[in-house]
Design a protein. Structure first.
Length: 328
């Protein structure tokens, strides 16, 4: 049976969340940390309400989550393009729209391969990728504890608490996949939700604390604080951690995009059972089209509203669906 374990689903979702945090734009402060944790707490309450009902998605909800997967996938590609200025991607940096399309094409090819292997295989690979990413985060955090200026945590906030809460709510791109695949997970759904949101809160706090401690002194000049912190942190004298971060970031981008493609293909199969071939390809094409439409726009308010709509749709849907292979 092509189902996921709790750890595999959590790994796929956490990779998406960590990619979103890496792409967080603009100054951050302690208020950002509280905004992200507050947003995570609100998401957990709605997700818990969905999990305890032991229900699956209605047909209308499936259509909504298909559109939501396209939107979130487009956001992943858009963020990957936007960060190319600080994370050097040679061809993309010098060839404008064609460079971005080439990058998107390469990522899409890998996404298509991951999607064709099925949820279980993708979940196994995601566990390894997430473990490597958490190890890199631990190394960065250890370096920050020794070398950083923790007075940066008390620097003045540049955004209101409400704005930070919206931003914290918007950086999660995996809630649709959580709602869609929770029913395919082996084991207790409530325990899966608790495990995921607890890990998300801990990792988000660690990422933001590291970014504040390392890059807080230059925050007004930093466009992507988490990426800047990774580039500035040098725990080993003979090894540049930003080179390793580039590899991890690229892997996270691929898995974040692949999760949305798998979600879209899974739903497309249920919405239109006759559409058996090329469903993953169709989702990828539509996702890249969505990315081109939102290119250069952060759309925080729209993303936060979409997250809220996804949670409400999941909590009040009630038609059962079955697990199937999403290859194609």
């Amino acid at each position: 049976m092509n189902s996921l374990s709790k750890n595999q689903l959590c790994a796929l979702l956490l990779i998406t969340d960590m990619f979103g945090l890496c792409c967080m734009r603009g100054s951050i402060s302690a208020a950002t940390l509280w905004g992200v944790l507050g947003g995570t707490a609100l998401q957990f309450l709605f997700a818990l309400a969905f999990a305890v009902q032991n229900r699956e998605l209605s047909k209308t909800a499936e259509v909504f989550f298909l559109l939501y997967a396209l939107f979130c996938g487009g956001t992943v590609f858009s963020e990957l393009w936007r960060t190319s200025g600080v994370i050097y991607i040679p061809y993309e940096s010098g060839h404008g729209i064609w460079g971005r399309l080439l990058t998107a094409g390469l990522v899409a090819a890998v996404c298509l391969y991951i999607s064709s292997t099925g949820m279980k295989s993708a979940g196994r690979a995601a566990v390894i990728a997430a473990a490597v990413g958490i190890f890199c985060l631990a190394v960065d955090l250890a370096s920050a504890v020794v070398n950083a200026d923790w007075q940066n945590l008390w620097r003045p906030e540049r955004r209101s608490t409400a704005a930070e809460l919206i931003r914290g709510f918007a950086v999660s791109g995996g809630l649709g996949s959580f709602a869609v695949f929770l029913g395919e997970v082996r084991g207790d759904r409530v325990k899966t939700a608790v495990r995921y949101f607890t890990a998300k809160a801990v990792i988000s706090a660690a990422v933001l604390l590291t970014a504040l401690a390392v890059a807080g002194g230059i925050m007004p000049m930093t466009e992507f604080p988490v990426i800047t912190a990774a580039q500035l942190s040098q725990p080993f004298e003979a090894q540049r951690i930003d080179s390793l971060f580039l590899v991890v970031f690229s892997v996270f981008a691929v898995f974040a995009a692949a999760l949305q493609v798998m979600t879209g293909a899974f739903l497309l199969r249920h919405i239109s059972p006759s559409f058996r071939r090329w469903k993953s390809t169709a989702v990828i094409v539509l996702t890249i089209a969505a990315a081109l439409l939102m290119q250069g726009r952060e759309l925080l308010l729209l993303r936060a509203a979409a997250e809220a709509a996804a949670l409400l749709t999941a909590a009040f849907s009630g038609k059962k669906i079955s697990a199937e292979n999403i290859s194609g």
